[in-house]
Design a protein around this ligand. Structure first.
Ligand code: SAM
Length: 320
């Protein structure tokens, strides 16, 4: 088993590069704006089916909507921790929207972090906003980590919680500040015990917090099985897929890890609650022949979220 666990760290990185190419394609097609993604991946030539683009649209907008609601509720006096962030561009988008939290953290495997830092160091449109948001003395950026006053990127394994906590604290994590943690297609790469352990560590460590999780759901049916086979063909080891059986199991995992309130919506429901003018706009971008295909896809992904609210900010009311 030594060999199989040694493979796990690299596998999601493979998925991450192709994910970015597909996100870039949807951005180039006009689904949503992200001027930063182009700096992390070369131009997308590969054309994707419209239902895939609409699926990415729902994911990006859905997660961003909950994140923004948290930032507004806390008036940005808070921390964001993006777990398994990969080459995500949320930091730059929030800066453009004037919604930067007190501090934005990202965690991923050291190899992925190095790749991200290479892009940041070599591309001024990425590095300039970080410099601009920085104040005080030392801005540290080496091959394996970034530490500035508003943005830190940390190479760590989310399955090693002691090390994770130590590194976050070294980069000025304040556990008493309201904190939102995000995990997009990340928990599925960990065993159910490891992801529950992570959720429990967050609930135990942060008295005022929200966890936003996006991942597969309804994996038990035929369509779900095909999705798993496809991912495995791309060498993704989905050890956490058992936790992705139903919305109920998604919610239960959070509630049994010490969270006060939890909810889980499949992406059909999320799609129906996104701003309808924008939905009308994106539905005109590409002709979709079979609406059922989109629904099938959306039915197999979900956003689940949970809150703990020692400061009584009203976090449990955050929804779509
Ligand atoms: N969250 C990003 C997004 O939505 O664009 C990336 C998603 S990618 C499918 C999964 C990411 O999780 C990869 O960057 C991978 O390296 C990271 N990851 C998976 N397991 C991890 C672990 N145990 N520790 C740290 N990072 C991990």
């Amino acid at each position: 088993h030594g060999a199989s666990s040694a493979q796990t760290p690299q596998a999601p990185g493979v998925a991450d590069a192709s994910l970015l190419i597909r996100l870039l394609f949807a951005v180039s097609a006009g689904y949503w704006k992200d001027p930063y993604i182009q700096y992390f991946v070369r131009q997308a030539k590969e054309r994707k089916a419209p239902e895939i683009n609409r699926g990415y649209y729902a994911r990006v907008q859905g997660v961003h909507q909950l994140l923004r609601a948290f930032l507004r509720t806390t008036e940005c006096n808070c921390q964001v921790i993006n777990l398994g962030a990969g080459l995500d561009t949320t930091f730059w988008k929030l800066k453009d929207e004037n919604l930067l939290p007190t501090k934005f953290f990202e965690v991923d495997f050291p190899a992925i972090v190095s790749r991200k830092l290479y892009h940041i160091k070599s591309k001024p449109p990425l590095s300039k906003p970080i410099m601009e948001s920085h104040s005080g003395e030392s801005l540290l950026i080496d091959a394996h980590s970034l530490d500035s006053s508003r943005y830190s990127i940390i190479g760590a394994d989310l399955r090693n919680l002691k090390d994770l906590e130590e590194r976050l604290k070294r980069f000025s994590l304040d556990t008493q500040l309201p904190t939102v943690l995000m995990a997009e297609c990340v928990l599925v790469y960990m065993s159910p015990e490891q992801s529950s352990g992570l959720l429990k560590w967050v609930a135990d460590t942060f008295p005022t917090a929200m966890f936003i999780n996006y991942e597969q759901v309804n994996m038990g049916d035929r369509f779900g099985q095909i999705m798993i086979e496809n991912l495995q063909r791309r060498q993704c080891h989905l050890s956490g897929v058992d936790a992705c059986q139903s919305l109920e199991s998604q919610m239960q995992r959070m509630l049994s890890s010490g969270w006060e309130a939890a909810d889980a919506w499949n992406m059909v429901t999320v799609y129906g609650h996104l701003p309808q003018e924008d939905i009308q706009r994106i539905e005109k971008l590409e002709f979709l022949d079979e609406k059922e295909l989109l629904d099938q896809l959306l039915l197999h992904y979900c956003i689940s979220w949970a809150t703990k609210d020692a400061l009584h900010l009203g976090l449990a009311r955050i929804t779509f």
